[in-house]
Design a protein around this ligand. Structure first.
Ligand code: SF4
Length: 207
């Protein structure tokens, strides 16, 4: 089940600024997405709407149908490294090997944004894991570890020896955001193998 599929520019992390089609999968294992359940959620600060199929191009599709949507949405026929980002919600609740193979067969690179609580099938070209406090991290290997900071009961330092190529700190976007930015800066100053990830799409208003 897909909440939405749309063309945009990746707003955060290593691929900031890269053109991409985002596929937002419905559902997550760390929150129902319903306001009435927010206090029980692991990510009580989540600001993503991943419920149902009501976004642009939302629906229930086969892998082949999704491939057709992607080919229609990619803006040029000159296909130079077309890229999709599988996000959510938690996309690994739904993605299987057939999906990955189908997407790669039409020439797309396929990226993943996940909370890391579920192991990933083989074949992703880029894996970004964003660990969440009070959940069990299972996916300990990938390209990019993006740590939303700060999180009570979760320390970035406990993650820096995991098998990732890049380590990002991204200030938590809540009512204390300006304070969170200062804390992130201070953390990176003391731990320079980490870099800052900014949610540029929010700053610039890119949908
Ligand atoms: S894992 Fe991501 S999508 Fe799911 S509740 Fe947490 S922040 Fe939201």
């Amino acid at each position: 089940m897909i909440k939405e599929i749309y063309f945009t520019l990746q707003g955060e992390g290593f691929h900031t600024g890269r053109p991409a089609i985002f596929i937002r999968f419905s559902g997550c294992n760390l929150w129902t997405g319903l306001e009435k359940d927010r206090e029980k959620a692991i990510c009580f600060w989540c600001d993503t709407d991943f419920v149902g199929t009501t976004g642009p191009n939302g629906g229930k599709y086969s892998s082949k149908q999704i491939a057709d949507i992607l080919l229609n949405l990619w803006p040029t026929s000159k296909v130079e490294k077309p890229y999709i980002v599988c996000t959510g919600g938690e996309p690994l609740l739904q993605i299987d090997q057939l999906f990955i193979t189908t997407i790669k067969n039409i020439g797309f690179e396929i990226g993943l944004e996940t909370n890391g609580t579920i192991l990933a099938p083989e074949g992703f070209d880029w894996i970004c894991v964003s660990p969440k406090a009070n959940s069990k991290l299972k996916l300990k290997k990938g390209n990019e570890l993006k740590f939303i900071y700060p999180q009570k009961n979760l320390n970035p330092k406990d993650h820096e020896f995991l098998d990732f190529d890049h380590f990002f700190i991204q200030p938590l976007d809540d009512k204390y955001q300006s304070q969170n930015v200062l804390m992130a800066k201070e953390f990176i100053k003391m731990n320079p193998s980490w870099k800052l990830s900014i949610q540029t799409h929010k700053v610039l208003g890119i949908p």
